[in-house]
Design a protein around this ligand. Sequence first.
Ligand SMILES: N[C@@H](CCC(=O)N[C@@H](CS)C(=O)NCC(=O)O)C(=O)O
Length: 284
Amino acid sequence: MLRRLRTPLLSAGGLAGAALVDRALTPKLSPLSSVSAAAGGIGSVAIFQYEICPFCCKVKAMLDLHGVPYETTDVNPLTKGEIKAWSGGYKKVPIAMLGGEQVNDSPVIVSSILDRMGSAGVLPPKELSRFRSAEALEWAKWSDEKLAVLLFPNITRSYGEALQAFGYVNNVPHFSTLDRLANQLIGSFAMWMAQGKIKKKYGIEDERAAVVGAINHWLDDGVGKREYAGGSEPNLADVAVFGALKAIDRTDAFREIMAETRVAPWYERMLARVQPGRACTSRQ
Ligand SMILES: N[C@@H](CCC(=O)N[C@@H](CS)C(=O)NCC(=O)O)C(=O)O
């Protein structure tokens, strides 16, 4: 069984092999049932996500920041029932449906949404260039490839911490009791079991020290003395790092990062900017 459970939720492979639970109780959700993003002028936007996925939270933070309405659907990490029938074999989240078009992979999703906002005149060309400057893109890549990788071992240090991270499944309305139990017990166990392997793969010795070091690097070299990395306004780098931290905001790891770094003021500024009440900042 462990072989089937070996790949973690927050890694590239995820829990694809752990589809042990019958998903008969999970309602079928249409990928096209998305809200109209009339205010954004860019067509409908639907995001298929895990609530604790840093890449998903990055995309949502970007939409929130720009006031673009969207719909989210939580994907069952064990069964992938919400995407299996139509995603063309793509098993990761986020997946975006933009005006009915499937877009995979968060950097591609972000870029595609920004392009649409640019074409629709929602974001003027100058602001678009500022938001995704070469430096902002570089830091966003760092957030995806370095920071996000560090989060997994931090939220799965013990079975208790993994359970804490997976606690969100109890608030997903369309998950059945069985879905919730299976994800809490099996999902958390699989993530906890995978922790050592991930640490080895990425050469992480002390996960807390590593993530605190990464956040300090962000504060010193990314944000510096400015309000945001983007200056007086956030840019894509701010959104990416904020999304990564927002994804784990229910965990001990998050509380320790807040206590042991000077990130809180910047994080609070970002939280205020992404407009609380939208999907990113309020639980479904
Ligand atoms: N490069 C992808 C990575 C996405 C990714 O690895 N997502 C994880 C969740 S955080 C996933 O879906 N893993 C597969 C799984 O859980 O089965 C992106 O940025 O969208």
